[in-house]
Structure formats: C-alpha cells, structure tokens
Ligand binder design. Sequence first.
Ligand code: FAS
Ligand code: PHB
Length: 390
Amino acid sequence: MKTQVCIIGGGPSGLMLSQLLHRKGIDTIVLERQSREYVLGRIRAGVLEHGFAALMREAQCGERMDREGEIHDGFIIAHDGKMDRVDLHKYSGGSSVVVYGQTELTRDLYEARDRMKGIVIHNAEDVQPHDLKSANPYVTYRSGDEVVRIDCDFVIGADGFHGVSRKSIPRDVLKEYEKVYPFGWLGVLSRTKPVSPELIYAKHERGFALCSLRSQVLSRYYIQVPLTDNVEDWSDDAFWAELKRRLPAEVAAQLITGASIEKSIAPLRSFVAEPMRYGNLFLAGDAAHIVPPTGARGLNSAASDIYYLYHAMVAHYKDGDSTGLDKYSEKALARVWKAQRFSWWMTTMLHTFPDSIAYDQKLQDTDLAYLFSSEKALGSLAENYVGLPF
Ligand code: FAS
Ligand code: PHB
C-alpha cells in the first residue's frame, strides 16, 4: 500500500489530522491497534478549548458538538468551606470552553472519516515504522498472518503514551522529562443530573474532588485517591460518601447519586518527550506529552500539535514549503510546556500531598488567596484554561 501520510493511532489526534489533511486532498492511512468499539469505550476528557472546537468545525465535524456541547463561561473553586467562581469570559477577554466528551468527539471524527471514505484500519497488530531517516519511510503491520507494508512520505506518531512511535526514536536522540504524582484520580460516570451547572474543583484536606459533566443527564465526578488504591476497593456507595465529604455542605446536599456506568483510576503524571520529530516521524498528542487532568489540558495540547502539523503538511504539499515541518517540534513544544506548567500549577494548588510540610500547605492557601485577590492572576488562569493561542 502507498499513501502520503501514514498515521499510527486512531484516537482524537490521529483522526483529526487525517480528516483535516484529507479535506485538503492529502492522502492518509490511519492504523489503529484496537477495535473502534474499544476506542469509543474509553472515557477521557470533557473540556475543549475554543481552539479545539474551532478545529472540529474546520474538519467539518463540529455540528453535533455545537448542538449538544455546552458553552461554559466559568467554573468554581471550592476551598476552605467557600466557593469562588473563576469568570473565564470576563478574565479571558470574552472566551469560553466547550464541555463535550472526548468519546463523542472521537465518534464524530470516525463518522466523518467514514463519510469521506477515509482509510482507518482497526485491529492493526505489531505496527512498526521503518527507515524514518530516509526519504522513503514505511510502516508495517500484521493483519492475521499477513504482514502489510505501507510506503509513505511521512509517519505521524499519534499512538498515545504506550504507543510504538516514541520508542522508535533512538535513546541517544530522545530526551524524556517526567514527574509522577503520589496519587491518582478515581473517576465515575453516572446517568444522573449534574450537581452544578458549572464545574467545581474542590480543594479539601481529605483530598481533591471534581464535579464535571457530559450533559444534563450524564455526570462525571472524580476524587483524588492514593496510588495504592484499586478501583475494586471502591463501591459506588463508598465513592459517593467520600465525594460528599470533600464538597461544601450545600453542594453535597444537592448531589444526586446513582450507579456508576464507568469507574476507573487514572494515575497522574507530567511527561514530555523531546524532540517531537525524528527524520520523517512526527509525534503528536499523548505520544509526546501527558499532563495531570487538573487543568483539562491533555486533549487540548494534542489539538495544537495537530493544528501545527496540518498547516505544515499543507504548506509542504501545496507550496513546496517545508518550514512548518522543520519548525514543528520547537513550535509544538513551546505550547506543550506552557500546558505542562499550568497543569502542574493547578495540581499543586488543589491536591493534598502525602509528604507536604506545613509550609507547603501555607503556600497552597496563599496561592488561592492571591488568585482571588488579583484580576491579573485570574486573567492568567483564564487565558490558560480557555487555551493559549496556537
Ligand atoms: P490516545 O491515547 O487517545 O490515542 C492513541 C491511539 O493509538 C489509541 O486509540 C491506541 O489504541 C492507539 N495505539 C496505541 N499504540 C498503538 C500501536 N502500536 N499501533 C496502533 N495504534 C496504537 N485529558 C483531558 O483533557 N481531561 C481529562 O479528564 C482526561 N482524562 C484522561 C483519563 C485517562 C485514563 C487517560 C489515559 C487520559 C486522559 N486525558 C484527559 C488525556 C486524554 O484525553 C488524551 O490527551 C487524549 O486521549 C490524547 O489523544 P491522542 O493523542 O489521540 O492519544
Ligand atoms: C472531565 O469532565 O472529565 C474533566 C473536566 C475537567 C478537568 C478534568 C476532567 O480538569
């Protein structure tokens, strides 16, 4: 098989790039290790920056997002028994975020690929990129007993943190930065009315909690748990009881509980791999970087990678201009690191750290006190949360 751009990974990053390039007449093939059902069964991000939403619209995939997604102009930080609102619209100069589940946008992207007869190959086993430093790279994968070869101009590694692409960069070239947090998030999805119309990030001595949503009939909640916890340790009742303990009393009293339709623990880590290019391999999304979900930057950091790659590939194929490709890694990493900083800051400010000393806790309290005493501090939070410019 032959294509112009071979994309490893059929998550939001790979699908979005495939859809955008196809619309510009650039051929792609997407290789996805799992089935479509498996990919769509993963519950992940819920908040989209306006930049991501704009990309969905440009990819002709934004219609359901605009119909079913919710525009949010602010969120609440609950701390010390009170609730302070972050007015995103006011402090970001009029911007906002869209609350729309990653599962749904991935479904929209798959359906758009189908409509355009895009090539997405599921259950692709043993995917392996080859000759990345040559002008003729190729990718092989196994389908049953058959090994298939795809010749291409470029390979995109959009295969997430556990993918094969990053590992195809030689150890003496790749530099990895990692920070592992001493806790995880236990998340529950329930068919219940959300407790609040806006997200509530709760800082509490028992641990962090987050009240989010997917729609007015589908709620998403999280509580910080020790890394030693297993999801089997947490009954639904135990989860709801602990969540209530961490929320302000008036919110806890309003909480509508119900059976979990998804329950999982995600460890929190900050990770960046540099460079994001090796020869004709370009890394994008979780393949290159991971953030703790506290700042809702994970999926949104993938969006700017895709935006830069999309414009760079179009300039290369349409104008013979490879400047964008040559500058991709440097440009993408500049924004990735700003998302890393913001996610680290939100996580550090709002979580309880098992080894923290009294001085650290005073700094956390002071961070919050300063935030809500300064319009400039709120402006900094708001511009990061709605999404820094691409
Ligand atoms: P993905 O991991 O989504 O997709 C990569 C795809 O590549 C997968 O479908 C995988 O099956 C495939 N793949 C892997 N190896 C392969 C191989 N060798 N060959 C072929 N295919 C291969 N972000 C937020 O903003 N908010 C959140 O609340 C949030 N919660 C999260 C919870 C969890 C448990 C996880 C893991 C992530 C969460 N994230 C969250 C971040 C998440 O949304 C990612 O940023 C987002 O999925 C990134 O998309 P991709 O880069 O496409 O990577
Ligand atoms: C979610 O709805 O899953 C969500 C929202 C905001 C975050 C993290 C997760 O910061």
